[in-house]
Ligand binder design. Structure first.
Ligand code: CAA
Length: 275
């Protein structure tokens, strides 16, 4: 069961009801969007459940894989959220319009919690994307550190075409990955970016045949797990901070992280070889 709260009211619902599966196998956690008949459309409950999973992630987990069941990774927000009736028990954007600015901002912050933990330095998150990744689906893929795409993947930031903005944490990683001009072009045309183009412009680390997607993600996970955990965490932290620092500041940060690593590996007095 996961605790899911919607604008003040809270209830307990199962991951199955939310449309998610969650499995932990040693150091790898796999989250599967599991509503293939609705192309893994996402609701407030999806985002609350993702946040809960992040909060309760077992300490041993180092790789988090997000995948989608069926032909599409995710068709984005559940379009019922744009109807006056909304999703049963979860309200709708139409009713959100009546909320005060602070209350609405709070709801967005709650939703974004489901995405932001995927950047924690102590894990590497990998999105395995086949078929459509639209709107919130594209943003969920962008929330991950790495993206492995099936060659049928179609990415689309559809929000502006619906009169909305992407607000599920996707804009910064998109700009970081493809640059401002390309991000403007992709978002403001709401066009589809195919897998090969995605790889070319930095949106994917790897493109494989659809039937090879799971194996490619397994291989990547194994390679990620082959490095020392604490060194991986410290290196990710360094890389994440690089764009906000000058070269001199980054060099100093490298030195600080390395001093901590050396101390951890050899102790104050030195002695043993790195694991
Ligand atoms: N919400 C709810 N249901 C959805 C859905 C969505 N986003 N996307 C698909 N479905 C449902 C369809 O209604 C259909 O249900 P029924 O079988 O009960 O009729 C079922 O999933 C299968 O859909 P299709 O027959 O359309 O499947 P397809 O494979 O031919 O097409 C698709 C897939 C291209 C993703 C198409 O379904 C589609 O365009 N979906 C809508 C995409 C969309 O506009 N998403 C919103 C983006 S904006 C956002 O996410 C963030 C935001 O606004 C803040």
């Amino acid at each position: 069961m996961v605790g899911v709260s919607f604008g003040g009211s809270a209830e307990e619902i199962s991951l199955k009801e939310v449309g998610l599966r969650y499995e932990v196998d040693g150091e790898i956690a796999t989250i599967t969007l599991d509503r293939p008949d609705k192309r893994n459309a996402q609701t407030f409950a999806t985002w609350s459940a993702l946040a809960d999973i992040g909060d309760g992630l077992p300490q041993q987990v180092r790789v988090v894989v997000i995948r989608g069941e069926g032909p599409s990774f995710s068709a984005g927000i559940d379009l019922r959220m744009f109807t006056p009736e909304g999703v049963p028990g979860q309200g709708s954007f139409a009713s959100s319009a009546a909320l005060g600015e602070a209350t609405f901002a709070d709801r967005v912050t709650q939703a974004q919690r489901g995405f932001l933990w995927l950047r924690r330095p102590d894990i590497v998150s990998v999105a395995a994307v086949q078929g459509h990744a639209i709107g919130a689906g594209f943003q969920l893929a962008l929330a991950c550190d790495l993206r492995v795409l099936a060659d049928d993947a179609k990415l689309c930031m559809k929000e502006p075409a619906l009169g909305l903005v992407p607000d599920l944490t996707g804009t910064k990683p998109l700009v970081d990955l493809v640059g401002l001009s390309r991000a403007i072009e992709i978002c403001l045309t709401a066009r589809v970016v195919g897998a090969q183009e995605a790889a070319r412009i930095g949106l994917a680390e790897l493109v494989v045949a659809p039937e090879e997607l799971d194996e490619a993600v397994r291989d990547l996970s194994a390679a990620l797990l082959a490095t020392n955990r604490d060194a991986a965490t410290a290196t990710k932290r360094l890389l994440q901070g690089a764009s906000g620092r000058t070269l001199t500041e980054q060099a100093a940060a490298e030195g600080r992280e390395q001093a901590a690593r050396i101390k951890a590996l050899f102790g104050e007095g030195g002695g043993r070889a790195p694991a």
